[in-house]
Design a protein around this ligand. Structure first.
Ligand code: GTP
Ligand code: MG
Length: 276
């Protein structure tokens, strides 16, 4: 992808604080539940989080699977399996995931559970849910609770501080704010994080080249999905013309078109897509 946009970076104060709190919290944590977005499962791996979670039991939850290309995700997950990583795919907007997740958490804490066998009080298992902004951490916890206790929202930066919930008798789970990393060196990754909604729209100045990049990216693997939605002309002008997004007599509203394309992708209207 050629460079047509200014460097994308977003690391507000609350993320810095969240990373510091997470670092302090981890000594008391048994399992890290690392949420990845199935539409960009590799790009939503945050090197800072991976560094913090090193040496911990980690359960990778590949979330938003309902919006993603399952075949491509399975290909990526072959590598997870080869490396012996524990993972599940998930649609957190549905309920009934709690049994599977509780049993996965318990599997990862087998040693702690075995140690306490024969004792009167069963051990409390502490888990923390981490991941990039907007990947569905709070929704995932709500799905385990079968209640909308955590505030969620379709924009990044909804959860601003860590919150503790109990799931079942002896599992405690922390929700945390979505975090990125101070310097998004790889701009291909940064763009994908923007497309999946992990970076605040307001940070981006010029949305048109980004929408063009998204169309290019999708066209590489899913040309027929794009054609079905937008027709043969995949330029922003072509899409604006088809949608009648017009500013004046001979000027198309390209900004509106760009945002519409990005929104179509985020809402799954183009189809089930994985960008990685
Ligand atoms: N389709 C689909 N939408 C999901 C899924 N999980 C979460 N969402 C949606 O994604 C958006 C973000 O969800 P949140 O749970 O607020 O995300 P978060 O990771 O807690 O976000 P921050 O607190 O901002 O870091 C909401 O609109 C959810 O409804 C999923 O598995 N499938
Ligand atoms: Mg949240």
């Amino acid at each position: 992808m050629e460079e047509r946009t200014k460097k994308i970076n977003w690391y507000p104060g609350h993320m810095k604080v969240a990373m510091r709190e997470l670092k302090m919290m981890l000594s008391k944590i048994d399992v890290v539940i690392y949420i990845l977005d199935a539409r960009a499962p590799i790009s939503s791996i945050n090197p800072s989080l991976s560094h913090l979670a090193k040496g911990k039991q980690i359960l990778y939850v590949i979330n938003k699977i309902d919006l993603a290309d399952k075949a491509r995700v399975n290909e990526i997950l072959k590598d997870f399996a080869r490396r012996g990583l524990a993972y599940v795919t998930m649609n957190s907007t549905t309920i009934g995931n709690d049994k599977l997740i509780k049993s996965k958490i318990k599997q990862l804490c087998q040693k702690k559970i075995e140690k306490s066998q024969g004792k009167l009080i069963s051990p409390v298992i502490r888990a923390v849910v981490v991941g990039v902004p907007n990947c569905g951490k709070s929704t995932f916890i709500n799905s385990l609770l079968r209640k909308a206790k955590m505030v969620t929202g379709n924009r990044p930066g909804v959860t601003k501080s860590a919150k503790l919930m109990k799931i079942g008798d002896n599992i405690e789970i922390f929700d945390t704010p979505g975090t990125l990393y101070p310097n998004l060196q790889d701009q291909t990754v940064a763009k994908k994080l923007f497309f999946i909604g992990s970076i605040k729209d307001e940070v981006l100045k010029d949305i048109c080249p980004l929408a063009e990049d998204l169309l290019e990216n999708i066209n590489e693997r899913y040309p027929s999905l794009l054609q079905a939605r937008y027709g043969d002309d995949l330029s922003l002008e072509g899409i604006a013309k088809r949608r009648n997004y017009i500013l004046s007599k001979d000027e198309f509203d390209l900004e509106r078109t760009a945002m519409a394309v990005i929104d179509d992708f985020r809402k799954g209207r183009i189809g089930k897509i994985t960008l990685d």
